[in-house]
Design a protein around this ligand. Structure first.
Ligand SMILES: Nc1nc2c(ncn2[C@@H]2O[C@H](COP(=O)(O)OP(=O)(O)OP(=O)(O)O)[C@@H](O)[C@H]2O)c(=O)[nH]1
Ligand SMILES: [Mg+2]
Length: 218
């Protein structure tokens, strides 16, 4: 009983912080994408490919979340994109308070698009609102076609799923069609993107989604 109450208090405090963040993001007109996915699913590689394809004129920025190290922030910085790294020192998800503290250090005043790469974990980050416009779950063809059904929380919380590492599908014996169908079985209204950060396949519709599918000139 006690554990449940503590969890509820933590989530309630986070909800309040997230509401404040969302108000700020909306007032500034920034689209915010909270990227969830298992460790190694290809979140940072997707961001690198996205940022390189979009270019600096689009005013994108990144908040990186990891348990330890700034490896991912270094990879993002190499694309010329403003980035700040959060190290959670053990915590398995980001909280809105961590994001709020990180934003103060972001070396860009008014991004148009902000990516928050959550800690690699297909479970815990789903429960924590970061004030984002949308959660996006990244699942690679190397993880197995049944992952959406085994770990439904992230797929239920997300607006979109990116099926990553398309170039490896044959080598991994993965039916992308079945993986997509399993994701839609869990959440029928998911937007589905199928990409390879290595070859650039599938990036165009993903970029259009980030822009709001309205052909915005960003
Ligand atoms: N062939 C291929 N490899 C990829 C692709 N995307 C990512 N990888 C590789 O997969 C590994 C993990 O990719 P990351 O982008 O670091 O994964 P991540 O989800 O950011 O990992 P964490 O931040 O640790 O959770 C790296 O060795 C990448 O080079 C892809 O589209 N094709
Ligand atoms: Mg990463």
């Amino acid at each position: 009983m006690k554990i449940i109450r503590v969890e509820r208090r933590m989530l309630a405090a986070n909800e309040e912080d997230a509401r404040e963040l969302r108000r700020g993001f909306q007032a500034a007109g920034v689209r915010v994408f909270n990227l969830l996915g298992a460790p190694g699913s290809g979140k940072t590689a997707l961001l690198e490919a996205t940022l390189r394809a979009a270019g600096p004129a689009h005013r994108m920025a990144v908040v990186e979340g990891d348990v330890a190290t700034a490896y991912d922030a270094k990879r993002i910085a190499a694309t010329g994109t403003p980035v700040v790294q959060i190290e959670t020192h053990g915590a398995c998800h980001l909280t809105a308070a961590m994001v709020r503290a990180a934003l103060v250090k972001l070396p860009l005043d008014s991004p148009r698009v902000l990516f928050i790469e959550n800690v690699g974990n297909l479970v815990c980050p789903s429960s924590f609102d970061l004030g984002e416009t949308a959660k996006v779950v990244v699942v690679s063809v190397a993880e197995g076609e049944e992952k959406p059904e085994k770990y439904p929380a992230a797929f239920l919380a997300a607006e979109a799923v990116v099926i990553s590492k398309l170039d490896l599908a044959r080598a991994c014996g993965c039916s992308v069609k079945r993986l997509k169908a399993n994701a839609l079985k869990v959440n029928p209204v998911l937007r589905v993107f199928i990409t390879s950060a290595k070859t650039g396949q599938g990036l165009k519709p993903w970029l259009a989604y980030l822009a709001g599918d309205r052909g915005e000139a960003w």
